[in-house]
Each structure stands twice: as C-alpha cells, then as structure tokens.
Design a protein around this ligand. Structure first.
Ligand SMILES: Cc1cc2nc3c(=O)[nH]c(=O)nc-3n(C[C@H](O)[C@H](O)[C@H](O)COP(=O)(O)O)c2cc1C
Length: 301
C-alpha cells in the first residue's frame, strides 16, 4: 500500500519473470513504465504496447522513454466511445472522434519515419467499422463491447442481460471513479450511491502516491454528516475496489445499447447469449459481404 510506483515495478517484473509474451500498459498509463522494466533481462524480448487517447500522449510517452532506446511494439489508440475509464475530460469527450485521432497519429508516425503498428479501439461495432480502420492503416482493431455478452465473458449473467436491455439513455460517463478519470457505465449499476465501507486493506488497490483515495474522503464526509445513520449513501464517488471486484459497477462501451440488435430474445424475455466465435465471425464480414478481417484457415487444410 501507498507505493504505487514500486508496486507497478514488482508486478511488471513478475509478469516478465513468468515468461509473459506481451504487456499492454493501459488506463492511467504511467509515463515512466519502460524505465521500470529496463533492467529486466526480458525487457527487449517481451512485446510491450501502450494505450493512448491522443497524439500528444503518444509524443509525451515516446519522449519520456527515449533514453531506454525501446519503442512500444504497438500502440492502441483508444477513442471516447470505449468502455471503462476514458482518457478524455468528463465534459469534453463528445468533442473527440477515434478516426480523427487515429489519422493524426498515422500521419505523425509517417512524418517521423516511425513504424509502430496502430490498433484503434472504442466503438468499432461491426466488420464495416473494422474494415474502415484496416484500410486506413490499422494493424489490427481492439474490441470489447461486443464480447461482453458472450458465453465466454466472465461477467455475471445479470450484468450481461442489463447490457442487452440498456438503451442509449441508460448509459453515462460520470466522475465517480476515485482515479479522477471519467468512466462509462450503466446508470443502474448497483455500486452507484452505495455507501460501502472502504475496503482498501482487503483488496489492496492503490490510488495516488500517498495512498489517498477520494472515495474515503467522500465516505468519511457522509459518516460525519449522518452520525446516527445505519446506512449511508455516497453518490459523488464510489469504492471502485469493492464494486469492480463484485461486478457491481457495470462499466460498458458507448454502443452497448446496440447489443440487443445482435441477438434474439427467448420466450422468457431474456436475450440469448452469443458465443465469442459467433461475434468474431460476425466481425469478419462487413455489410457488403467483403471480408473485413482475415478468416482463419480451417484446421488440417
Ligand atoms: C466492460 C469493459 C471493461 C473495460 N475495462 C477496461 C480496463 O480495465 N482497462 C482498459 O484499459 N480498458 C478497459 N476497457 C476498454 C477496452 O479495453 C477497449 O479498448 C474498448 O472498450 C474497445 O471498444 P469497444 O468496447 O467499443 O469495442 C473496457 C471495456 C469494456 C467494455
């Protein structure tokens, strides 16, 4: 606890020690992450990717890590329609568009003579969407929302049904994450407003460098304001450590409201779960029947 940088270093080293093939440095990208791994014997052997939401963030990362002589092996460019935490402001995420950010980064890499595979992510809902990015220079696409309602996805069945049921108005980008990053989720997530006792010790997550958590402040404020109350509600922040663990914050992508159009309802009114293979194959064909993504060769042929 209270030592996020050291903890990150230990976790990265543990993954490399264990022989992991690749690491994607994601949400809350630590600009010094490469430096934390540079002494490791597998630093130049494992693949290392990063997620950025702007050209500026990519430039900063490359500048900060230049002395390690190690470029990322791939860059995920995550736009404002992605699920979970966003690399945009709470009030301005609507102003940005993945394709524009992606195109800017493609042009800059070309001008700098840098050959780093780009992987756009966030709102790529169909094979046609994927085709557009692949034709415009993407090496791959990163997808999540379509796979949240597959049998293979580890979310509880109830959460998957809530994703299917959601309309556009049922999804919000709010500021309740104590990380300070805006986060997209279903408005009816049970964790919103829950006055959960902070569980920092039991779940061992870390926030800022001094171990500070804005949920603890919000919780203590409510407890002080309602000393007699058996149960309190905290709306401005949430205990993400508890609720992510319990699947009570239903974080989701912007296009979750389109999932209902990808399946059928059974006689009880429940939406039928899909298989990951079904969703994957659906992506492979764009609307006009062209192959969007490579079709794997059948085994034995
Ligand atoms: C339910 C859900 C949880 C996610 N959690 C994380 C996460 O913990 N860390 C992260 O970097 N991205 C997370 N993402 C973002 C995805 O990795 C991905 O970049 C993005 O959502 C892809 O867009 P799509 O969901 O529109 O396909 C999450 C996405 C979803 C849908």
């Amino acid at each position: 606890m209270n030592a996020p940088k050291e903890t990150l270093k230990v976790r990265l080293a543990a993954a490399l020690d264990a022989g992991i093939d690749g690491i994607t440095l994601a949400a809350g990208l630590h600009l010094g992450s490469m430096g934390l791994m540079e002494e490791h014997p597998r630093f130049r052997d494992a693949k290392i990717g990063i997620i950025v939401s702007s050209l500026r963030a990519l430039q900063l990362f490359l500048r900060k890590n230049a002395r390690t002589g190690r470029l990322p092996d791939y860059v995920v460019v995550e736009g404002p329609l992605a699920g979970g935490h966003l690399g945009f402001g709470l009030d301005d995420w609507r102003k940005y568009d993945l394709h524009t950010i992606f195109t800017e980064i493609v042009a800059w890499l070309k001008a700098e003579n840098l050959d780093i595979p780009l992987i756009p992510a966030g709102g790529i809902f169909t094979g046609s969407d994927a085709t557009r990015f692949l034709e415009d220079g993407a090496a791959a696409v990163q997808l999540a929302t379509r796979f949240t309602v597959t049998k293979e996805c580890g979310l509880p069945e109830q959460a998957k049904q809530e994703y299917f049921k959601a309309d556009e108005d049922d999804i919000e980008v709010n500021g309740i994450s104590p990380t300070g990053y805006p986060m997209r989720m279903l408005k009816n997530s049970p964790g919103i407003g829950a006055g959960t006792h902070p569980n920092c010790e039991s779940f061992g997550y870390l926030l800022d460098a001094s171990g500070h958590c804005s949920y603890i402040d919000a919780y203590n404020r409510e407890v002080a304001a309602h000393p007699e109350a058996k149960k309190i509600a905290v709306y401005d922040k949430t205990c993400l450590c508890t609720h992510m663990r319990n699947f009570d914050i239903w974080t989701c992508g912007h296009f979750t409201y389109r999932l209902k159009d990808t399946t059928l309802r059974d006689e009880t009114g429940n939406y039928q779960m899909l298989s990951a293979e079904h969703v994957f194959k659906d992506y492979q064909f764009s609307k006009d029947g062209r192959i969007a993504l490579p079709v794997p060769t059948p085994e034995g042929s």
